[in-house]
Design a protein around this ligand. Structure first.
Ligand code: ZZB
Length: 260
């Protein structure tokens, strides 16, 4: 599986994460949350960044100035992909639980939300996939739409500020069957009422992928008016050239349904 790994630079840490990071005394260092995505063309629509609240994340040294917050498993994969200074070598400087990252403000490349987006909890993040960090695009990902709606509805229960989950969701892609925001359309059509409706969400995701990729047209950004098929590699190339993203591959894994 070949992903685009996106660098979401930390602007301000949530309290608990900040205590851990300050304790490292790495003055002037840059820290990034690094989600892995298959949909670089949707990055204009990022409204938050999800972590699994119970997942343990490592803070890994990339070079003298930069550190990535990802799972240990992802760091081990990256170590053999020329991401870190020394091939095959990982240097972990701290560990932070997902719950302690919630509330951190990060810069999301290309997002319409230039002021940054928040790190929020998502119970269904898989620690065994990608980097364990997920960038949220509620216009085009049914999982993200269902989760963000739930977070806004139960902000207090989740211990977050409601407005963190209420950033504007811009339209990114138009599709003939599902309109401008296919995730919202599909969540309603399949009567999905919670992020725990994993079976329907799996179906919605498949439909959204197919329709978006084969029938979608960009309605935002530099490649507005172009088919998703042609815009996708262009947006990806742009992000990589700007050093805001890099290629991240992971060994093919057995496909296990999320509801299993
Ligand atoms: C942004 C995005 C925008 C995504 C979209 C999807 C969609 P897949 O398809 O299941 O193989 N993802 C990445 N890592 C994880 C994880 N550890 N746990 C849970 N979800 C994860 O997985 C690829 C997508 O699943 C990734 O691409 C990421 O969300 C999420 F409009 O990034 B995506 C119709 C989907 N649309």
């Amino acid at each position: 599986q070949e992903y685009t790994a996106l660098k979401l630079k930390v602007k301000t840490w949530a309290d608990k994460a900040g205590e851990i990071i300050n304790g490292l005394k790495l003055e002037g260092a840059n820290f990034y949350l690094v989600p892995a995505t298959l949909r670089p063309e949707t990055m204009y629509g990022q409204t938050c960044c999800f972590v699994g609240p119970k997942i343990n994340y490592g803070v890994f040294k990339v070079n003298d100035n930069d550190y990535f917050v990802i799972t240990n498993r992802a760091a081990r994969n990256m170590a053999y992909q020329g991401v870190f200074a020394k091939e095959g070598n990982i240097e972990q400087v701290a560990e932070i639980q997902g719950a302690d990252l919630v509330g951190t403000l990060v810069n999301a490349p290309l997002s319409i939300h230039k002021e940054g987006v928040r790190v929020l909890p998502m119970e269904t993040v898989l620690p065994t996939k990608g980097t364990g960090v997920v960038t949220s695009v509620p216009s085009d990902s049914p999982d993200d739409y269902a989760t963000i709606m739930d977070l806004a509805k139960k902000a207090e229960y989740y211990g977050i500020q409601k407005e963190w989950a209420e950033l504007e969701i811009p339209a990114i892609i138009n599709t003939p069957s599902y309109g401008d925001k296919c995730a919202e359309f599909l969540v309603k059509k399949l009567k999905i009422s919670s992020p725990k409706d994993t079976k329907q969400l799996e179906e919605a995701k498949e439909l959204a992928y197919k329709e978006g990729f084969y029938q979608g047209t960009m309605v935002i950004g530099e490649f507005k008016g172009e088919k998703v098929e042609t815009a996708k590699p262009k947006v990806r190339k742009q992000l990589i050239e700007a050093e805001e993203a890099f290629v991240y591959s992971e060994p093919e894994r057995k496909v296990v349904s999320r509801s299993a």
